[in-house]
Design a protein around this ligand. Structure first.
Ligand SMILES: [Zn+2]
Length: 680
């Protein structure tokens, strides 16, 4: 996953990956890395399993002795590095005989002329890299300017007093319930007296927030060195509350999305107010007093208070977009947060607040979700909030699934929660009136159905199964919710691959990481995935590829292809990258991601098989919010076998042997998992 992929995966800022991604690799000490079981060998052919006899590991890097040709792949000129005190830089020279220095620091050069360095940064906002490659008497240099993310560059200061203008929260436009507090956050010199001065002369105090531990999200997610968590505690953070006061002019709650522009204008207008000057603008000012020094800045916020009738909205994803869409609106527990709810088009709920382009829906008395305002359609004011009445439910056993029909009356939000052997369906804004639960003819998969009014306006329907969940999905049929639960596939005891439909997804384009010689991740992923296909087909599986050409395919379309083809498994093939600021020498290795708990054992089996064949550091399996592990109709995992930026790993991805080892690891791990299903 490159930072570019991260943006693609989350439809958000690149740094969203760092916030939402693989926090905490779940090592499983009860499953030590092991060789694949002997049972795998006959299906793939004994020679097929391990091309390497003896120690595992990557093939040697082929030496290059060409002309000196210095190139830098990362960073690119004028890049913005969210790095703290050091960053990585890499590229190639065309010859393994070159010596390379970056700002005078020698960096390692591999036999094929690739180089990778981990370089300390100056404290300036503009960083200059001088890369010098030398072979014999020949010298080439490239000078590169990049920028550092603006933390610390945005302080307005007077004497000892300062305020960080980029650390004010919230900014832009807010629509907030009149009776609810809006939390305020600011960063100012430690030991200051901080107040928000509102138009009309009211002052709201902000109090010091004691001992804030501010570890960069990238470090939390991707750095294995726990020493980097020991950051100094901050004492320059302030918090406050505002309630029942609005200021500035704002349009209606569900009006057009002009907020980000207005926000940009407001931010650019931030200025310094001389002490003592009375302001008669509609904009609030933040004041920090430290000793004899006072500093004031405009707080670029407009706040409208909501005390009207409830605003009922209907959700429709991206109604302005042309072409196909997935018909799902994503709900988040906080603005810009990770994906949590998936609301099908037509879902109705009450909009209760808004911050810039995100609306807060009240799902029930105890649950809120943030959705994009662009995916909401306002219903006429005066329509009561939707309340579902859950009626008698019927179960229909089918050949490959069971289908549950739940009459709800109105398309309220819902969420499906996986249990060990079963599912729970939570309906928000709902009251239970379930006279009957009819099971239909006797079925081996569904053990028991039960319902409960879990809160005053939430109904939970519990489906208890005789086997672990393999897949499920839900859709609206008029105002009935149809929940389909998939039966585990019937596996051949001797060769579980026989006849099994498996979707193989070569990650990217668009996006993807680059290696030091310029190998694109999309190209490497496709080469490995085509070998995975060949091995699976040789073993009797039916393989569906999400792409076979070097052409872009949207993320959601890839998942949809797997679902439409009724695949039992979805295997997404990637190679990894790190965010800026993380040491690549100590944090590279093999990892496999899953999203839904039921896919964790498959991820662990593939991880063991990959580590055994590639011989890299075992970064463990991790739960991640990635598009290709989110589909619910099958088991799905995403492997990050090697790191594009590490020269010998990139070289392995260029070689037939390295691709073969990666592909065989994926196939052997999958086989190991399936064998365990056949012979539990
Ligand atoms: Zn990737």
């Amino acid at each position: 996953m490159s930072k570019y992929l991260a943006a693609m995966l989350f439809g958000a800022q690149p740094w969203a990956l760092l916030l939402l991604g693989a926090v905490g690799c779940a090592r499983r000490p009860d499953h030590p890395p092991s060789a694949p079981s002997a049972a795998v060998a006959p299906a793939l052919g004994a020679a097929a399993l391990d091309t390497q006899k003896g120690a595992p590991g990557l093939p040697p890097v082929p030496p290059a002795h060409g002309k000196l040709d210095l190139r830098i792949v990362h960073p690119v000129p004028e890049d913005l590095l969210p790095a703290r005190d050091s960053t990585f830089i890499f590229g190639s020279t065309g010859t393994g005989d070159a010596r390379v220095t970056v700002n005078g620091h020698p960096v390692r050069v591999w036999p094929n002329g690739t180089w990778l360095g981990w370089i300390p940064l100056e404290r300036d906002s503009v960083i200059r890299f001088r890369v010098e490659a030398r072979q014999g008497r020949e010298v080439q240099t490239i000078t590169l300017n990049v920028h550092r993310s603006p933390a610390g560059q945005s302080r307005v200061r007077k004497g000892n007093a300062w305020i960080d203008t980029l650390a004010l929260s919230p900014v832009g436009s807010a629509w907030w319930p009149r009776e609810e507090y809006l939390p305020l956050r600011a960063k100012a010199a430690a030991g200051s007296t901080v107040r928000l001065l509102l138009p009309g002369g009211v002052a709201v105090p902000l109090l010091p927030q004691p001992e804030v531990q501010e570890v960069p999200a990238a470090v939390r997610a991707f750095d294995r060195d726990t020493n980097n968590l020991k950051v100094p505690l901050r004492t320059d953070r302030y918090v406050g509350l505002i309630r029942g006061r609005g200021f500035g002019q704002l349009g209606p709650l569900l009006g057009g999305v002009d907020a980000p522009d207005a926000f940009a204008v407001a931010r650019s207008a931030i200025g310094f107010w001389p002490t003592g000057l009375m302001h008669d603008t509609l904009q609030p000012l933040l004041e920090a007093v430290k000793g004899r020094d006072t500093v004031r800045v405009a707080w670029p916020l407009r706040l409208a208070l909501l005390d009207t009738l409830p605003a009922v909205v209907e959700l429709h994803d991206d109604p302005a977009a042309a072409g196909p869409r997935d018909g799902v609106t994503v709900g988040r527990a906080l603005p810009g947060g990770t994906y949590f709810w998936f609301f099908p088009a037509g879902t109705r709920a009450v909009a209760r607040a808004r911050l810039n382009a995100e609306v807060r829906l009240q799902l029930s008395a105890g649950a809120d979700a943030w959705v994009p305002v662009s995916e909401t359609r306002a219903l006429p004011l005066g329509i009561p909030p939707p309340t579902a009445v859950v009626g008698s439910t019927t179960l229909t056993p089918l050949r490959d699934r069971v289908s549950l029909r739940i009459p709800v009356g109105v398309r309220v939000p819902y969420r499906i929660v996986e249990r060990d052997r079963g599912l729970a369906l939570i309906l928000y804004g709902a009251a239970g009136d379930v006279d009957w639960i009819r099971y239909g003819r006797a079925d081996t998969l569904v053990r028991r159905l039960s319902w409960a009014q879990t809160t005053v306006d939430e109904v939970t329907l519990d489906v208890s199964l005789s086997a672990p969940v393999w897949g499920y999905r839900a859709r609206w049929d008029r105002n009935d919710l149809i929940l389909e639960i998939r039966r585990p596939p019937a596996l051949d005891r001797h060769n579980p691959f026989r006849g099994l439909i498996i979707a193989v997804d070569p990650g990217h384009p668009p996006g993807g990481a680059n290696g030091p010689t310029g190998l694109r991740e999309a190209e490497a992923n496709l080469a490995v995935a085509l070998r995975v296909r060949a091995l699976l087909e040789a073993a009797g599986a039916r393989v569906v590829m999400t792409r076979t050409a070097d052409l872009p395919v949207e993320l959601w379309a890839r998942g949809q292809m797997a679902t439409d083809s009724n695949a039992a498994l979805l295997l997404s093939i990637h190679n990894n990258a790190l965010p800026d600021g993380i040491n690549p020498f100590t944090n590279n290795g093999t990892s496999v991601f899953y999203n839904h708990p039921r896919s964790q054992l498959l991820a662990a089996a593939i991880q063991r098989a990959l580590v055994a064949r590639l011989g890299l550091r075992d970064l463990g399996v991790a739960r991640g919010d990635l598009a290709l592990v989110r589909p619910t109709w099958m088991l799905s995992v995403l492997s990050e076998g090697l790191f594009m930026m590490i020269p010998d790993q990139e070289a392995a991805l260029r070689s037939a042997e390295g691709r073969e080892r990666y592909a065989r690891g994926v196939v052997a791990g999958t086989r190991e998992f399936l064998d365990a299903q056949v012979r539990p």
